[in-house]
Design a protein around this ligand. Structure first.
Ligand code: SF4
Ligand code: ZN
Ligand code: ZN
Length: 313
């Protein structure tokens, strides 16, 4: 059998080579650094804000960026949003605070309650009562992306890092393909978005080529204090179904998820070509949007008229 060394193996790669703990950790970190380098995710001078949920993915990417950064012109800080999902959010907030304290990483924090007046659970229920049938994850994602961009600007970050892994991306690509949603698909990739605007901080995904299993193994081997449990609000049945289907396919045809992601990377230049995305600034809060009023203001105004501060910078 093909093995890296004489130590006990913990992981088998696609090429059949078994890796021990030490060599797996090195392999994983190398892969993340290679993704950053080959896709030019960071330049020589950056202020990087890592969006940290307190889960395994964002904790792993924060740890690797912090540990491997030898460039004094690259500053790394963390940002956490408390969604107000009862015990789940409390646990995550506690974990990321402890992690940042241990590793001496500056942590910026906010919460849905502080920014919008309510927790995610309340917003979801209130919208439902008004007849808006949005899923928790859709509401949560919209509010989080809004705050991530806002805080990235507030902290003068030049790049915003998320913990999306290969499984997440393969699911998003397949879901958008199945729903004929090319507009969303062209915004995917390791460096997201097609519009470069002073109010948009570019988002990068250094774990782009790391599978969910690899990230979990890395996190467990590093003994990160993170919770591996599922969010109680996660009811995105469509994503779960697509995820299960890809898992099944990947078992029978190893490498399927990689192929899905690589296909998108090959297609991106042509599907982005000539696209002139419309950009406005929200008439209520001033944040970038393609419409007159951004989706967050539209959503929140349904449950609470006159919310959000006017025109933030
Ligand atoms: S699973 Fe959905 S609701 Fe829960 S934190 Fe993630 S996006 Fe938000
Ligand atoms: Zn080894
Ligand atoms: Zn707005």
């Amino acid at each position: 059998m093909n093995q890296c060394c004489k130590s006990k193996p913990v992981y088998r790669q696609y090429n059949g080579e078994d890796l021990c703990k030490k060599h797996f950790l090195e392999y994983f970190e190398r892969k993340v650094k290679r993704t950053i380098g080959s896709h030019k995710l960071l330049t020589k001078k950056e202020k990087v804000l890592v969006a940290c949920s307190g889960g395994k993915d964002s904790t792993a990417v924060l740890y690797i960026l912090h540990k491997t950064n030898k460039n004094p012109n690259i500053k790394i800080e963390a940002f956490h949003i408390d969604e107000g999902i009862e015990k789940y959010s409390d646990k995550n907030t506690k974990n990321i605070r402890e992690f940042c304290k241990t590793h001496k990483i500056k942590l910026h924090e906010t919460s849905f309650r502080k920014e919008f007046g309510y927790s995610l659970c309340y917003i979801h229920t209130a919208l439902k009562e008004k007849g808006v049938k949005a899923k928790s994850c859709t509401i949560c994602g919209t509010l989080r992306r809004y705050l991530m961009n806002l805080y990235a600007r507030k902290t003068k970050a030049t790049k915003l890092v998320t913990g999306h892994n290969l499984d997440d991306e393969a699911q998003s690509i397949t879901m958008n393909l199945f729903k004929n949603n090319t507009e969303v698909m062209r915004r995917l990739g390791p460096l997201t978005g097609i519009i470069r605007d002073k109010k948009f901080v570019p988002r990068i995904k250094p774990l782009y080529f790391c599978t969910e299993k690899e990230v979990e193994l890395y996190s467990r081997l590093q003994k990160f204090k993170v919770s591996y449990g599922k969010c109680p609000c996660s009811v995105d049945a469509y994503r779960r179904q697509v995820g299960n289907m890809l898992d099944e396919f990947d078992k029978i045809h190893p490498g399927t998820k990689h192929c899905v992601v690589n296909s998108l990377l090959e297609l991106l230049p042509s599907i982005r070509k000539g696209v002139k995305a419309k950009l406005n600034y929200c008439s209520n809060c001033g944040e970038p949007t393609s419409r007159d009023k951004c989706s967050v203001c539209t959503m929140i105004s349904k449950i609470k008229p006159k919310t959000l501060n006017k025109k933030k910078k």
